[in-house]
Design a protein around this ligand. Structure first.
Ligand code: CDP
Ligand code: MG
Length: 697
C-alpha cells in the first residue's frame, strides 16, 4: 500500500506495513492537526500552491476592483486568501473580510479550519453565519464566512454592505442561484463603492465570462477625482495546482448501460491495477444500490475477480455511521470502492477524506434540477455532465499520486458534444425566491437586471404569476404590505412563509411552525436499506390519514415525549440529527415569527385549520386524482401527470384532492410531502389563481 510521507515538497511513497493509506501531517481533519502545533500549521500553510502567489494576489487586490482567481480544489484559495487579506491590513479599522460559499456545510468546516490555523476561537476574529446560525461577534469578527444567501439578506439591512472591505465570492464555478444574484448585486454596489474589492474564486471557472461580466472599464470612467482608485478592468490569476497526472481512458464505443459498465470496470481495475481505492460517480441512490447489488452478484459467480473489494455508498442523507465507514482507512488487502453521487465532486469536506482514491470511474451523468416553465414543475433528472465537471471528477484520482480515470463515454463525445460548462442554476430553476429577494432589495425591473446569465422570460412570468396569487406582489408587481414584506423577511421558501402567515389567522401557528421546520430539512426518516418493511411499520405508528404534514406533527410530538432520545429515533427509523435540526429550526422560526407579530397558538387538534394553512401556502401545487386511474393525479395548473411518492404515508391511499410540497422525477413524477385537502379551500385561498382554472377542477 502507498504511504504518503510528510515533510517533503513532493509526496513520496513507501510500503505501509499496516496495509492502509495513512494520512499524516496533511491529515485534513481539523481536530487531529491541532496536535501538531502552531509551527507545523505555518509549514502546512506554506506548502499550499496558493502560497507562492501570496504577494501577487495582494498586489492585484490592491490595484483592481475585481480579481478573478482560478485554481484547482485543494490549492488553498478558501482557507488562505482571507488570511492573507487580514495579514495585509484589509481588516483594519473595524472592516470585515467576507468569504461566501454556496453550501452551509462548507461555511462551517472552512471557518473552523481557518480559526484553527489562526489560533483563535471560532466566533471571535473568525466567525461564520449560515441561515439559522450566527457565530460572529460584532466588532470582533474580522474574517467572516457565510453563504451567498446570507450575504444577500444582509443587503436588506445594509444595501451597500459597508462593513466589508473585501468580498470573496468562492466556488463561483458552481453558478448557484444565490451566487449569480450576489454577483449581479455586487456589480451594482461596486459602482457606488469604488473602494470595495471583489475576489471571484473558483475551481474551473470560465474566467472569460466572469471577466466580461465585471469588465466595466470600457463603459465608465474611474470615479471622479480619483486617479489612484483601483483599475476597473478585472485581473485574472491562475494558481497552478499540485495535483498529479491522471491518465484518462475513454470507452471505444458508447455504452448502453452505464451501471453494467461501472461494474465491469471495477472488476477490471481490481484484476489488473495495483492497490488504490476506486471512486465511482453515479447519479443517485437508486443507481448506486443497483450497482452494489450487481457487483455482489458478480462476486458470487466469480469469486476471484472481486475479492478484496469493499463497496461503500456515498450520498447525502446517509447516516453518520455509514459516512464514517468511508473515512476509516482501508483495511489490509482490501480495496475500497466508493460509489458516490455528485456529492464527491463538489464537497471539499469529503474530498479531503477521499485521499486513498487513485482510480475514478465517471459515468458521465449526474442528477440535475430542471425547471419547466410550461408545466411549472421543478424536477431532478438524470442529465449529461459538462467538461468542467468531467475534469473535476478525474482530478479526484490524482490527489496522492498519479491516477487513472475511466470515462464511460467516447473521446469523440467528450471533445465534440459534451458542453463546456453546466447550465447555471438560474436558468433551470423556479424563480419565485429570486424575484422576492430582488423585490425586497428594491430592484423592480427584474428582467432588466444585470444578470451573469439571464433567466428565461417565461420562467420570470411564471414566478410573478405565483407571487401575485400568493398576494406577495400587488398589481404593480411591488411587494404587498404587510404580507410581501413579511414573506421577504422569512428566510424560507415563500410558500412555506405564506403558510406560516396564514396559520396566524387560522389559529394554528404552533403546529404550522413545526411543519415548516420539517419541510425545511431533507427528510426526518433515515435511509434504511434492506429493512423497508420494518421502516414502513415504524411509519405507520405515526401515520395520519390526512397525510405527511400531520404525520410530521405526530413524529415531533413523539420525539418530545421521548425527551429527544436518540434511542427512540433509532427504534423508529428517524434520523436523530435531522430531528435535532427540526427542534433548532423551530426555535429560530418561533423567534422570527414573534418579530413579525405572530403569536404561537395551538389549534388543539383542529386538523382542518392546519390543512387550510398548508393550502394557503401551497395551493399552486394542488392535484386531483384521475377517476378510475389507480393512482394517477393531474396537477390543476398544468394538467401534468403525477403520482404520490412511495415515501409518503398517502402512497397507495390515493385520496381525491391533495397538495404537495415538491416533485421528484425518475421514470415518473412523484409528489413528496403530500396532504389531503378540500377543493373549496383552493378558491378561498387563491381566488385569482383558480378563477381561470375552474374547468380543470
Ligand atoms: O479552496 P481550495 O479548494 O483551493 O483549498 P482550501 O479549501 O483552502 O484547502 C486548502 C487545504 O486545507 C487543503 O489541503 C484542505 O484539505 C485543507 N482543509 C482542511 O483541512 N479543512 C477544511 N475544512 C478545509 C480545507
Ligand atoms: Mg475552496
Amino acid at each position: 500500500m502507498a504511504f504518503w510521507k510528510p515533510g517533503t515538497e513532493k509526496p513520496s511513497f513507501v510500503e505501509d506495513e499496516e496495509g492502509g493509506i495513512v494520512l499524516t501531517s496533511n491529515n485534513h481533519s481539523s481536530s487531529s492537526s491541532s496536535s501538531f502545533g502552531y509551527a507545523n500549521i505555518e509549514k502546512q500553510r506554506q506548502r499550499l500552491p496558493v502560497y507562492k502567489y501570496r504577494t501577487e494576489i495582494l498586489y492585484l487586490v490592491e490595484n483592481h476592483a475585481t480579481t478573478i482567481i482560478v485554481g484547482e480544489t485543494g490549492s488553498g484559495k478558501t482557507t488562505q486568501i482571507p488570511q492573507y487579506l487580514k495579514e495585509a491590513g484589509w481588516a483594519e479599522g473595524g472592516r470585515v473580510i467576507a468569504c461566501t460559499q454556496p453550501r452551509r456545510l462548507a461555511v462551517q468546516s472552512v471557518s473552523a479550519r481557518v480559526a484553527e490555523e489562526m489560533g483563535v476561537n471560532l466566533g471571535d476574529e473568525v466567525g461564520y453565519t449560515i441561515r439559522f446560525e450566527d457565530h460572529t461577534t460584532s466588532g470582533v469578527t474580522s474574517v467572516k464566512f457565510l453563504t451567498d444567501g446570507v450575504l444577500i439578506r444582509e443587503m436588506m439591512e445594509d444595501p451597500l454592505l459597508t462593513k466589508y472591505s473585501v468580498i470573496m465570492v468562492d466556488e463561483a464555478h458552481e453558478r448557484s442561484i444565490s451566487t449569480d444574484i450576489l454577483l449581479g448585486l455586487l456589480k451594482k454596489i461596486q459602482r457606488r463603492r469604488p473602494e470595495l474589492r471583489l475576489i471571484i474564486s473558483s475551481a474551473t471557472i470560465e474566467a472569460k465570462a466572469m471577466f466580461n461580466f465585471f469588465n466595466t472599464s470600457k463603459k465608465r470612467q474611474a470615479p471622479e477625482g480619483s486617479t489612484q482608485g483601483p483599475k476597473l478592468e478585472p485581473a485574472i490569476l491562475s494558481v497552478e495546482g499540485r495535483g498529479f497526472s491522471v491518465k484518462i481512458h475513454y470507452v471505444e464505443e458508447p455504452v448502453s448501460d452505464y451501471i453494467r459498465s461501472v461494474v465491469s470496470t471495477i472488476l477490471l481495475i481490481n484484476e489488473r491495477e495495483p492497490p488504490g481505492d476506486v471512486l465511482v460517480f453515479l447519479t443517485g441512490q437508486d443507481d448506486i444500490e443497483t450497482a452494489i447489488k450487481l457487483l455482489a452478484e458478480e462476486a458470487h459467480s466469480n469469486q476471484k475477480n472481486s475479492s478484496g473489494l469493499l463497496t461503500l455508498p456515498l450520498y447525502s442523507g446517509l447516516s453518520r455511521a455509514e459516512q464514517e465507514l468511508i473515512f476509516t482507512p482501508t483495511p489490509r488487502g482490501k480495496r475500497k470502492v466508493i460509489l458516490s453521487t455528485n456529492i464527491a465532486e463538489t464537497s471539499l469536506t469529503l474530498e479531503a477524506r477521499l485521499l486513498g482514491v487513485v482510480y475514478v470511474i465517471d459515468s458521465g451523468f449526474s442528477k440535475q434540477k430542471f425547471y419547466n416553465p410550461i408545466s411549472d414543475i421543478e424536477s431532478l433528472v438524470v442529465a449529461p455532465i459538462s467538461k468542467a465537471s468531467a475534469r473535476q471528477r478525474s482530478g479526484r484520482a490524482g490527489r496522492v499520486r498519479p491516477g487513472k480515470c475511466y470515462r464511460l463515454y467516447t473521446e469523440d463525445y467528450f471533445l465534440k458534444e459534451m458542453p463546456g460548462e453546466g447550465i447555471p442554476e438560474m436558468q433551470r430553476s423556479n424563480l419565485v425566491s429570486t424575484v422576492i429577494q430582488l423585490k425586497a432589495l428594491g430592484i423592480d425591473n427584474i428582467l432588466g437586471f444585470d444578470w451573469p446569465s439571464p433567466p428565461s422570460p417565461q420562467a420570470m412570468i411564471r414566478a410573478l404569476e405565483v407571487l401575485y396569487s400568493l398576494q406577495i406582489l400587488d398589481d404593480d408587481a411591488k411587494l404587498t404590505s404587510p404580507t410581501g414584506f413579511q414573506v421577504a423577511e422569512l428566510p424560507l421558501d415563500p410558500m412555506i412563509s405564506k403558510m406560516i402567515l396564514a396559520s396566524n389567522e387560522l389559529g394554528c401557528s404552533d403546529e404550522i411552525i413545526t411543519i415548516a421546520a420539517v419541510l425545511s430539512i431533507q427528510s426526518v426518516w433515515v435511509i434504511a436499506r434492506g429493512v423497508q418493511k420494518e421502516q414502513d411499520e415504524a411509519k405507520l405508528r405515526f401515520a395520519a390519514a390526512e397525510g405527511d404534514h400531520i404525520t410530521f406533527l405526530n413524529v415531533y410530538k413523539g420525539f418530545l415525549e421521548s425527551k429527544k432520545s436518540s434511542q427512540w429515533c433509532y427504534k423508529n427509523f428517524l434520523n436523530y440529527q435531522s430531528m435535532k435540526k427540526v427542534v433548532e429550526i423551530r426555535d429560530q422560526l418561533k423567534r422570527i415569527a414573534r418579530r413579525l407579530g405572530i403569536t404561537l397558538k395551538s389549534c388543539d387538534g383542529d386538523i382542518d385549520a392546519v390543512r387550510k394553512a398548508v393550502t394557503a401556502g401551497f395551493f399552486a401545487n394542488a392535484c386531483r386524482l384521475e377517476p378510475h386511474s389507480n393512482g394517477v393525479f393531474k396537477t390543476i395548473r398544468g394538467s401534468e401527470e403525477v403520482y404520490i411518492h412511495p415515501s409518503s404515508v398517502l402512497f397507495r391511499v390515493n385520496p381525491k384532492w391533495v397538495v404537495y410540497q415538491s416533485i421528484v422525477s425518475t421514470e415518473r413524477q412523484y409528489m413528496r410531502n403530500v396532504v389531503t385537502i378540500n377543493p373549496s379551500w383552493l378558491t378561498e385561498a387563491a381566488p385569482h389563481f383558480y378563477q381561470n382554472r375552474q374547468n380543470n377542477m
